[in-house]
Design a protein around this ligand. Sequence first.
Ligand SMILES: [Zn+2]
Ligand SMILES: [Zn+2]
Length: 98
Amino acid sequence: MANTSKCLHCLLDFSDSNVSEEIAYKCYGCHGFVHMTCAGLSPEEVECLALKSTFLKYFCNTCNANLELIKKLRGEIDTLKRQIGEQDNCSIFDEVHP
Ligand SMILES: [Zn+2]
Ligand SMILES: [Zn+2]
């Protein structure tokens, strides 16, 4: 796990300091760590998140970008599926009622 002990954002090594979940988030995507401050969260936001920390899923910028890409792709696939489905329905409709 030596290669995951650096903050994904500022690249500072965590191994020298006492890293806990309180000051670092683990990325759900790549399992890398990032400082709370590097994640762009304010102390207030961190406090709110801590209240439901068991459900907290943090994604680093890289993984987040990938997720957005996948989300976008899925949306496009859904649209295509719908278009194909509509075409199929139309052709069936035409056959039954020429
Ligand atoms: Zn950092
Ligand atoms: Zn990540």
